[in-house]
Write a protein that binds this ligand. Structure first.
Ligand SMILES: Nc1ncnc2c1ncn2[C@@H]1O[C@H](COP(=O)(O)OP(=O)(O)OP(=O)(O)O)[C@@H](O)[C@H]1O
Ligand SMILES: [Mg+2]
Length: 449
């Protein structure tokens, strides 16, 4: 007997499930983000052919970890050493950030070694060809398919047997195997499932493109993250040329790796020494600026945080954050109020990162606080300095990872002063530079101003 179809509601931002429709998501706090999806409906499983478990070192199964290297080193490195055969990965990013560009470049390179199928559900053949011309991508084995029907795509893949399939984008695909309109959660999930099946059963890697909007978006890639082997995001500001290619989930490599690219006319070009691209000037910083350091994977990056604190004319002061989590700004502002006795309620605060890089590491807390203090005092901070450390609610400065590497790399790049958590006293020694170990915000202020 068939089981009755039932319904459940899924948050399009974080994927939280609920049996009833909720106004606000208890998981991520988004409003009106729930959509209805059908569950069940399948026949009750009959247990007949019992599956047989296989030993982990079975000699009868041919095994080799095969990865396809694209030769774009930063891309390969972030993936953990290349694209694993038979894997399915999702590459997400905001509209216009460069997803199709990067994938067309990769398709171009790999089509020199075998057939690559580039499926587009949102651009015409001529548009893609125009981009390919601009990027200098030309190869008879790069095969373009304009199609939105996943069931047809599956058949074409079986016929063409390419070495790589790219699907741009998963939101434009549809299948008869699921209900719902194109781009709905049910459709996107089912199309992802079919893509996974194509990848796993043929050993062909499949790359899915997923759009994310600033708010997470409808049927955002978040809802399919658990279904794929790896999730990577391209980040940056569209108006700016720098792009960060970041790993969010990776079954075949570490997460928190990132590569840095520059958007040029010829496509995304990797940046060889990216340590310094997110700062405007190493020497004397303008008022309201501080340089902090974060680890991107194993690489210490130096980033400039800018703050502007202006008197507010409204009952509720404005807080605007670009590149840094808004709630983190509220928290740092509250810590400054409580422990440094600044009247933060009297200031509008604007925080910015140079180059539009998004910083999630708490290592920049102290840098943000330094930039805000500099703007309020109208005084630049200690020249040629790097400031990092996490801020605790008690105003204390906490250790963060990679401090030693940051100091060593910072010295190499010409920074002279380092302000960092007192935890590292006796642990970090470096000749030729000044290291100031601070245990709280007040001590940091003494050193910086
Ligand atoms: N001639 C050019 N020179 C330099 N950069 C360009 C040029 N033409 C386009 N671009 C860049 O390419 C970006 C668009 O890239 P692409 O179409 O790959 O993005 P996407 O993420 O696939 O976008 P969508 O969400 O629309 O699919 C533009 O925002 C622009 O920065
Ligand atoms: Mg695109």
């Amino acid at each position: 007997m068939g089981k009755k179809k039932s319904k459940e509601y899924v948050c399009t931002v974080c994927g939280y499930r609920s049996p009833i429709k909720l106004g606000k998501c208890p998981e991520c706090g988004s409003w009106n983000s729930f959509v209805e999806v059908e569950v069940g409906g399948s026949k009750e499983a009959k247990v007949t052919d019992l599956p047989e478990p296989v030993s982990i070192d079975s000699k009868s199964i041919k095994f080799s970890e095969e990865r396809i290297k694209t030769g774009i080193e930063e891309f390969d490195r972030v993936l953990g050493g290349g694209i694993v055969k038979g894997s399915i990965i999702l590459i997400g990013g905001e509209p216009g950030i460069g997803k199709s560009t990067l994938l067309l470049q990769i398709a171009g390179i790999l089509s020199k070694r075998g057939k690559v199928l580039y499926v587009s559900g949102e651009e015409s053949y001529l548009q893609i060809r125009m981009r390919a011309n601009r990027l200098g991508v030309r190869s008879p084995d790069l095969r373009v398919l304009i199609e939105q029907n996943m069931d047809k795509i599956r058949e074409v893949v079986l016929k063409e047997k390419p070495i790589l399939v790219i699907i741009d984008s998963v939101q434009t695909m549809q299948t008869a195997e699921a209900s719902g309109t194109q781009g709905s959660i049910t459709q996107v999930r089912e199309c992802t499932r079919i893509a996974t099946e194509i990848a796993k059963s043929n050993g062909i890697p499949v790359i899915l493109v997923g759009h994310v909007t600033k708010k997470g978006g409808i049927a955002g890639p978040k809802t399919i993250e658990h279904m794929v082997d790896g999730v990577f995001y391209i980040e940056g500001e569209r108006m700016d040329v720098m792009r960060l290619f970041r790993s969010v989930k990776n079954r075949f490599g570490t997460t928190n790796e990132a590569g840095i690219f520059e958007m040029q006319e010829k496509g995304l070009v990797q940046v060889e020494d990216p340590s310094l691209i997110f700062i405007s000037d190493r020497g004397n910083l303008p008022i309201g600026s501080a340089i902090s350091s974060v680890l991107e994977g194993t690489l210490p990056l130096f980033v400039e945080v800018q703050a502007l604190a202006t008197p507010t004319y409204f009952p509720i002061p404005r807080r605007v954050a670009n590149g840094i989590d808004y709630n983190r700004i509220l928290l740092i502002s509250a810590i400054l109020e409580k422990h440094m006795h600044f009247k933060m309620g009297g200031y509008d605060l604007y925080i910015n990162t140079v180059g539009g890089i998004k910083l999630t590491s708490r290592s920049v807390d102290l840098g943000v606080a330094a930039a805000i203090m500099s703007s309020i005092f109208e005084k630049p901070i200690l020249p040629k300095s790097v400031v990092f450390g996490e801020l605790g609610l008690g105003g204390e400065v906490r250790p963060t990872v990679g401090a030693e590497r940051k100091v060593r790399q910072g010295k190499r790049l010409g920074f002279e002063n380092f302000v960092l958590p007192s935890f590292f006293k006796n642990r970090i020694k470096e000749d030729g530079v000044n290291i100031y170990f601070v245990s709280d915000l007040a001590q940091a202020k003494e050193v910086l101003f």
